[in-house]
Write a protein that binds this ligand. Structure first.
Ligand SMILES: [Zn+2]
Length: 397
C-alpha cells in the first residue's frame, strides 16, 4: 500500500519537473546585437590609437596638417560609432517589439490553458472523484490496487499534461519578461551613449575647423604648411591630368569612345549657394589658395549627398592634406571634375559612374574651416570656371 503511494508520488514529481521550453525563431536576435557590439569594440580601439597619435602632435605647429588629418580620421571614427549605436538601437527596438508580441501570445495561451485546467477540476468535482487517494484506499486486494493504480495513472497523465503546459507557459512568460526588461535597459543605455557620441562628434568637428582657422591667424608660423599645401595641390593636378589621359588612351585602344564632348554638367549638390568663386581672391583668413581654381558651395552641412556632375570613370578617390577626402571623375582626355572636403567617399578608383550618382557626403576634411563642397572642372587639361556651366546660383553676400 505504502509502496504504491510512493510510486504515485514519484510519478507526480517526475511529471511536474518536465517542462517544455519554447524557442521561437526571431527575426532579430541578441547575436545580431552582439556582432554590432564587436564592431563597436574595434572602433573603440581605433579611437584610442588616434587619440594617442593626436596627443603626440599636440603642440607642434609645423605638424598642423598631420594633426588635421588625424582629426579628420577621428571624426570619421566617431561617425562610424554613431552609425553602429544607431543600428544597435534599431535592433533593440525590433527585438522589443518581437518579444512583446511573443509575450502577449504566451499570456493568451496561458489563459486558455488555465481555463482548460479549471474545466478539468470542475469535471472531477462533478464526477465526485476529487481524491485519487480515496480510490486507492478502497483497494480490496493487491490485484485490485494495481488495477486502480492504472486507472489513476491514466487520469493523472491527462491532468498532469494540462498542469505541465500551464507551468511551462508560466516559465516562458517569466523568461520573456526578463528578456524584455534587459533589452529595454540596454536600449536606454545605447540611447544615452548616442547623445554623448553626437556631442563628441560636434566638438571634434569644431576642433578640426578651429585648427585650420588658427593656422590662418598665425600665418608666419604656418607659411611652411601653406607652401606644402600648394605644392601638394599642384602635384595632385599633374597626376589627375596624367590619369585622365592614360584612361582615355586605354579606352581608345579598346575601341571605346572617350566621349570628350565639353559641358553638360549638373549641380553636384542640391545647394546652389556660392561662398567663394573661381579665380583670384583674398585668401580667406590667410589660408587656402589665393588663386582659387574651383568654386566653394556652402550650406551643405555634413550630410549632403555629392552627385557626379557628369558621367565618367572615377580616377581618384583618396585623402590628401589639402583636399581632404576627394574624388576625381574623368570625362575624356583632360576633362575631369573634382569634389573635395568630403566627410566620406562612396566610390573607388576605376568605377564607372552615371551622371547624378552619389560620390560621397559633404564635410570639412583637409584644408577646410567648415563644411562646404570645393568643386572643380578641368577641360583640355585646364581648370575652368564651373559657373560658366552651372546656372541659378546665389552668391554669398
Ligand atoms: Zn575651394
Amino acid at each position: 500500500m505504502k509502496r504504491a503511494v510512493y510510486l504515485l508520488l514519484a510519478l507526480v514529481l517526475a511529471l511536474t519537473l518536465t517542462t517544455a521550453e519554447m524557442a521561437p525563431a526571431l527575426a532579430v536576435t541578441q547575436a545580431d546585437i552582439d556582432a554590432l557590439k564587436g564592431d563597436a569594440s574595434d572602433l573603440t580601439s581605433q579611437k584610442k590609437a588616434l587619440k594617442k597619435k593626436l596627443d603626440e602632435l599636440a603642440d607642434d605647429k609645423s605638424q598642423a596638417m598631420a594633426r588635421k588629418q588625424l582629426l579628420d580620421q577621428q571624426i570619421s571614427n566617431t561617425s562610424a560609432q554613431i552609425q553602429n549605436v544607431e543600428a544597435q538601437i534599431a535592433s533593440y527596438a525590433d527585438l522589443i517589439a518581437q518579444t512583446e508580441a511573443e509575450l502577449l501570445d504566451a499570456q493568451q495561451r496561458e489563459q486558455a490553458q488555465y481555463e482548460l485546467f479549471c474545466a478539468r477540476v470542475r469535471a472531477m468535482e462533478e464526477r465526485g472523484a476529487v481524491s485519487y487517494w480515496s480510490v486507492l484506499f478502497k483497494a480490496e486486494s493487491f490485484t485490485d490496487l494495481l488495477g486502480r493504480l492504472d486507472i489513476i495513472n491514466e487520469i493523472m497523465d491527462s491532468d498532469q499534461a494540462v498542469i505541465d503546459k500551464l507551468q511551462a507557459l508560466q516559465v516562458e512568460i517569466e523568461n520573456k519578461k526578463t528578456t524584455l526588461e534587459t533589452s529595454k535597459t540596454e536600449s536606454e543605455a545605447a540611447k544615452a551613449d548616442l547623445v554623448s557620441k553626437k556631442s563628441e562628434l560636434d566638438s571634434q568637428r569644431k576642433e578640426a575647423n578651429a585648427l585650420i582657422q588658427s593656422l590662418a591667424a598665425n600665418e608666419n608660423e604656418t607659411e611652411a604648411a601653406i607652401d606644402g599645401l600648394e605644392e601638394e595641390e599642384a602635384a595632385i593636378q599633374a597626376e589627375i591630368q596624367r590619369l585622365s589621359r592614360k584612361l582615355a588612351q586605354e579606352q581608345a585602344a579598346q575601341g571605346q569612345s572617350s566621349n570628350a564632348a565639353l559641358g553638360g554638367y549638373i549641380w553636384p549638390v542640391s545647394s546652389h549657394y556660392i561662398t567663394s568663386t573661381f579665380g583670384g581672391r583674398a585668401s580667406p583668413g590667410g589660408i587656402g589658395s589665393t588663386n582659387h581654381k574651383g568654386i566653394d558651395i556652402g550650406r551643405v552641412g555634413y550630410t549632403s549627398e555629392i552627385h557626379a556632375a557628369k558621367a565618367g570613370t572615377v580616377i581618384v578617390s583618396q585623402y590628401s592634406s589639402s583636399y581632404g577626402n576627394y574624388v576625381v571623375v574623368s570625362h575624356g582626355s583632360g576633362n575631369t571634375t573634382l569634389y573635395a572636403h568630403m566627410s566620406s567617399r562612396k566610390v573607388t578608383a576605376g568605377q564607372y559612374v552615371n551622371q547624378g550618382d552619389v560620390l560621397g557626403i559633404t564635410g570639412s576634411t583637409g584644408n577646410s574651416t567648415g563644411p562646404h563642397l570645393h568643386f572643380e572642372i578641368s577641360e583640355n587639361g585646364s581648370r575652368i570656371n564651373p559657373l560658366n556651366y552651372l546656372t541659378g546660383y546665389t552668391l554669398a553676400g
